[in-house]
Design a protein around this ligand. Sequence first.
Ligand code: NAD
Length: 347
Amino acid sequence: MPLPVEIWGLRMLVATAASKLAPAVFAKGVTRVTWTAVDDHAAPFAQADLVVKVKEPLPAEYPLLRPGQILFTYLHLAASRALTEALMKSRGTGLAYETIEVNRRLPLLEPMSEIAGRMSILVGGYCLAKHNGGSGVLLGGVPGVLPGKVVVLGGGASGINAARMAQGLGADVTILEVDLERMRFLDITLHTAHTLYSNEAHLLELLPTVDLLVGAVLLPGAKAPKLIRRDMLRRMRPGSVLVDIAIDQGGCAETSRPTTHDHPVFVEEGVIHYCVANMPAAYARTATQALTNVTYRYLELLADHGLAEACQQQPALVSGLNVMDGKVTHKAVAEAHGLAYAPPVLH
Ligand SMILES: NC(=O)c1ccc[n+]([C@@H]2O[C@H](COP(=O)([O-])OP(=O)(O)OC[C@H]3O[C@@H](n4cnc5c(N)ncnc54)[C@H](O)[C@@H]3O)[C@@H](O)[C@H]2O)c1
């Protein structure tokens, strides 16, 4: 099926790995877009007014950002002072998928959170296998043997999906939350999962019994709250697993540090940590379709009308403006780094 980019009449540069994929997958029937597949990674940054990526720029890309250019991608600036400063220095516009807010929800983060949440139970259950260093507990149990215990910290988009998968396997699931309305929703929709108010006392009580702990908390735009200190982790049984989905915002355990799909796990205090910062990359086909479903409408507006007009037509875009013209234009990002906040100026 041709992509709707047909209608734009734009010139598009498709970089690196995408250049091998995009023309084959998407270009059939596209007539009014000039595709230029480039292996030179710097070319799109040098030529494009609007750079669309999936993940945050790599350090090698920092110097490529230009004044006036719009970078539309996941930025997660609260977790990276270096990228925040690089964007400020570039005097370009950093428009972050993850802070675009509609009706108190983050629709551009949701599909990735859904994938990460569902994946967390797959990878966590695999890490629990004895040959992977795990405690040897099968999450679903079997007739005559109790199931494994899954505790999910945060019952938002990723948390509910983790809970749903774990519940589907037959595990014993508890979700810790602070939002009472959300807990009511979780309680009604997830029939066998329990909810519990999230505080340190409850966590200390639960940790010795947990087989798989999933970190899925978020304070939008801010660093993840460190809910698990090292001494708390010691209460868990050796070979238990922590999947810290929130690692892209710094992680919710003191012992968490980002890992990659090549080397996804490490052990601290006998607990296997899975802290891959880009979990959905493992299921790239599903992830690409899910991401494009939610980014496309904003991309089309930006391409057709430019930033100011696009923000006027779709005010939710304003909440995505993290850095503009050398200033931090998102309050939580400014707070995370102790930098001055300046409201976005659109003209
Ligand atoms: N590693 C990855 O590949 C990957 C992929 C997608 C999302 N993420 C990250 O996962 C995290 C969660 O994202 P989300 O979309 O589920 O967020 P969300 O906003 O939908 O849910 C977060 C939930 O955490 C709850 N919460 C806040 N403080 C809490 C506390 N102290 N105790 C318990 N719950 C608390 C909130 O009430 C909310 O319901 C984010 O950091 C996000 O960036 C990571």
